[in-house]
Design a protein around this ligand. Structure first.
Ligand code: FUB
Length: 448
């Protein structure tokens, strides 16, 4: 009985402590830094297994470098509201991991025969940080854990950034990086490889460092990966008719950016749409080792080629009109007088604000669900030293005004309500325009 009570207490505390909701839009997780996203669909739910960047401090990691001591898992059924299920693996709970390494790099998770297998790279105690990484496995009955780590890493596998492909015939493959990309069949127990690793042929000779991801579509095997063509990583893809290769490089999925040296990726199809998960340093603009996961839609052409994905702040998913709409994650904005800034530069996790400071400046946030015809008012959280007037429109900048919001003259953030009328129920693009002179800063907008 005592054990049962203890079990109940631990389980309830786990649920209360670990279930918190994230914001929608890019970046998708805003309560911590997340990188190297491996997204997987299990039972119609999307699970996100990212790395977890933290800031190195004295005695904890190497200042100025990546620092990662554990992994969280997140889930969603609408790509908009994310639940953080808490820590699933941490370096101090894995026997073979060097406890001083703080280098739990890019992971992946796979489902096979009723179990979930979480693969993660880390420097082993036996080899030391400088001698390279091993790859370990933790096993669970559920995609959100608890995961039990194996006592030893996978034999004969040395490198980083594991990815698992389960082929149509059920055969599982482990793919990983180590200067080149490697592949090996996994044994049915998912804990050992069959034979020796094979180098994946056909890939660029230089600039291939990390992050391979493999999936199959219409009989074509796609290998997507970061590649340093010039000075930082861009995302490319290669294809083959066999997971073991050889592969042929086909093109660029996402251009490199100067702000964040790394990029990493995974690809899923969810509810009929393909999505690219990648990362950027949105919440840490001055230090690109603290990254954040983003999602954008990805499109295939009829011949199987992939269109380049243009990174957006808006991200994916439909936003409910009655939720706090973060219009700073905009789809479009006027060339003049509209900008974005952090609400609090000393704590970027508080998010961003929109600044409109020129008459007629506007910002547009796409795909808002106004299906509830009973919506009667708009609420805006805003501040304006001189006061100002906002006009709200749907879909087009010259469409009828559905609400006018007067922002009072004050130095304090205010929540202002105004009436709403004349809109058609449906999914619309929301436009917020400044109709006065003076500066208005907006945190969020919502409809009731
Ligand atoms: O997150 C640490 C390393 O940086 C990953 O393993 C790489 O893919 C790169 O994002």
């Amino acid at each position: 009985m005592k054990n049962f009570k203890q079990y109940l207490f631990v389980t309830i505390s786990f649920i209360i402590l670990s279930t918190s909701y994230m914001f929608a839009q890019n970046p998708v997780i805003r309560n911590q830094f997340t990188a190297d996203p491996s997204a997987r669909v299990f039972d119609d739910t999307v699970y996100l297994y990212p790395s977890h960047d933290i800031l190195a401090t004295e005695g904890k990691g190497r200042p100025g470098w990546f620092c990662m001591e554990d992994y969280h898992v997140f889930s969603t059924t609408n790509l908009t509201d994310w639940t953080d299920h808490g820590v699933i693996v941490s370096q101090d709970k894995v026997d073979w991991v060097n406890p001083k390494s703080y280098a739990l790099w890019a992971p992946d998770c796979a489902y096979k025969n009723g179990k979930y297998y979480f693969y993660f790279p880390a420097p082993a105690k036996s080899t030391g940080f400088r001698r390279g990484f091993s790859i370990g496995v933790a096993v669970s009955d559920h995609p959100y854990g608890p995961f039990v780590p194996q006592a030893e890493p996978i034999k004969d596998v040395h490198g980083i950034d594991p990815c698992v492909l389960i082929d149509k015939d059920g055969q599982a493959y482990l793919i990983w990086a180590g200067g080149k990309f490697f592949i090996a069949k996994l044994n049915p127990n998912m804990l050992e490889i069959e034979g020796k690793p094979k180098i994946i042929e056909g890939m660029p000779a230089k600039g291939l460092i990390e992050g391979p991801f493999m999936f199959e579509r219409n009989g074509i095997y796609y290998l997507t990966y970061p590649h340093v063509q010039d000075t930082s990583e861009r995302l490319e893809y290669a294809t083959s008719d066999n997971p073991m290769g050889p592969f042929k490089v086909r093109g660029v999925i996402m251009d490199a950016t100067p702000d964040c040296w790394t990029n990493q990726n995974s690809v899923i199809k969810y509810k009929g749409q393909w999505y690219l998960f990648y990362h950027h340093n949105d919440l840490s603009p001055h230090f690109d080792k603290d990254r954040s996961v983003r999602i954008d839609s990805m499109f295939f052409n009829e011949d199987g080629t992939i269109d380049k994905v243009i990174p957006t702040l808006r991200g994916v998913g439909i936003t409910n009109a009655s939720s706090k709409i973060q219009i700073d994650r905009y789809s479009l904005k006027s060339n003049k007088g509209a900008s974005i800034a952090f609400l609090d530069t000393s704590n970027t996790f508080t998010g961003w604000k929109t600044i409109l400071n020129t008459p007629n400046a506007w910002i547009q946030y796409n795909s808002v669900n106004f299906k509830n015809r009973k919506l009667k008012s708009i609420t805006v959280r805003a501040v304006s030293k001189l006061g100002g007037t906002l006009q709200i429109r749907l879909d087009k900048i010259n469409s009828p005004v559905i609400a006018t919001v007067k922002i009072p003259k004050t130095n304090r953030w205010n929540v202002i309500h105004s009436s709403l009328s004349g809109f058609e129920a449906g999914v619309h693009n929301l436009i917020v325009q400044l109709k006065s002179s003076g500066k208005v800063e907006i945190d969020w907008v919502k409809f009731e």
